[in-house]
Write a protein that binds this ligand. Structure first.
Ligand code: ADP
Ligand code: MG
Length: 339
């Protein structure tokens, strides 16, 4: 008799969790993305102890139907794609159907969701992959996910966690990028009872930038706006007076998804030419939109990297757009007020 057999679902989820759930910030990223995909107009995030003790994400999106609730926590179960064709025209942030089962395998999850206001919803609790509570409940339209005691059953991973402060830094980063990606969604974020961010959700990117980086930084930014048959670019980039030592200063969003992309950052820096001090990066938010067939997002488990099918053309487009944005505003020596 052979000795090879498929992994049982529980074990498979634990292994997948090792890839999908690196730290509290990875949980937060997946759960915010789900809220965005559900069409939320409001997303409230609460964290305790760097997210290791508790993460709570509440949204007012479409909600999960009671009949779908258990399925949502099954491996490779998704409402977002159905055929292989869909994989090449992804319009949602999620599509792998791996987040919920992976998170539930390594924490204690409570999910409360309802699909219409005042209607009956469902509450589900899962500990380390095992359902511990499942009942009907009254809930407002939308979804509330509470993730407690992350990695409580994977001590090796827990030991690897950095300080609360470091984990909080990663959490903030996730919330900030998502808030920058979606100025039309009202985000709030608090940690250990302190409110760290609140955005108005009125669609004004400059107000989100001001909430995150401060009003004076926001004032030092100029509008970027360009399009050609393949791409549309909108956003804000700072005059050379408002720079940072870290390339994280540049937020690149491709079809609403935060990504790390040299193919976008390099041509932006090129546009500044000698105006940018050495090893400095402009504060910038670049929102790049294109037909989903022009970009492959299925490259990396965390979907942080993407591949562009016409990269050379894209680089030229970004550089020209940034040059135009910077050229249309007179450079002002540092210290002077910009507006
Ligand atoms: P994916 O996002 O890749 O589809 P997930 O495991 O993150 O996979 O979620 C599984 C499914 O659960 C989603 O496809 C969606 O239908 C549902 N879901 C998860 N979170 C939410 C939410 N906040 N609001 C509505 N539906 C949700
Ligand atoms: Mg998801």
């Amino acid at each position: 008799m052979g000795i090879i057999r498929p992994l049982d679902e529980h074990l498979a989820n634990q292994i997948a969790a090792g890839e999908v759930v690196e730290r509290p910030a990875s949980v937060l990223k997946e759960l915010i993305e789900n809220a965005v995909d559900a069409g939320a107009s409001r997303i409230d995030v609460t964290a305790e102890e760097g997210g290791l003790q508790l993460l709570r994400i509440a949204d007012d999106g479409a909600g999960i139907q009671p009949d779908d609730m258990l399925v949502a926590f099954q491996r490779h179960a998704t409402s977002k794609i159905a055929s292989d064709k869909d994989l090449f025209r992804i319009t949602t942030l999620g599509f792998r159907g791996e987040a919920l089962p992976s998170i539930a395998a390594v924490s204690k999850v409570k999910c409360v969701s309802a699909t219409d206001a005042g209607g009956l919803g469902r509450l589900l609790e899962i500990e380390g992959g095992t359902v511990t509570a499942d009942r009907e409940t009254n809930a407002p339209k939308g979804t509330e996910m509470v993730v407690k005691d992350l990695f409580y059953n994977t001590p090796a991973r827990l030991k690897y966690m950095k300080t609360i402060q470091t984990e909080l830094g990663h959490l903030s980063d996730v919330v900030y990028r998502q808030a920058l990606a979606r100025p039309d969604i009202a985000f709030s974020f608090s940690h250990n009872g302190n409110q760290l961010l609140r955005t108005p959700g009125n669609g004004d990117l400059k107000q989100v930038v001001a909430a995150i980086y401060g009003t004076s930084s926001a004032k030092a930014m100029v509008e970027v706006k360009a399009d050609n048959p393949d791409y549309t670019l909108t956003g804000l980039t700072a005059l050379p007076v408002e720079t940072r030592a870290n390339r994280n200063a540049v937020t690149v969003l491709v079809n609403g998804r935060y990504v790390r992309s040299q193919a976008v950052v390099q041509p932006l820096l090129q546009a500044y030419h000698t105006l940018l001090p050495l090893h400095r990066y402009p504060l910038a938010v670049l929102n790049l939109n294109m037909h989903p067939t022009l970009v492959d997002v299925n490259v990396h488990p965390a979907k942080l990297e993407v591949r562009f099918s016409k990269e050379a053309e894209l680089r030229g487009f970004i550089e020209a757009a940034a040059k135009q944005a910077l050229g249309s505003e007179a450079y002002i020596p540092s210290g002077a007020s910009v507006r």
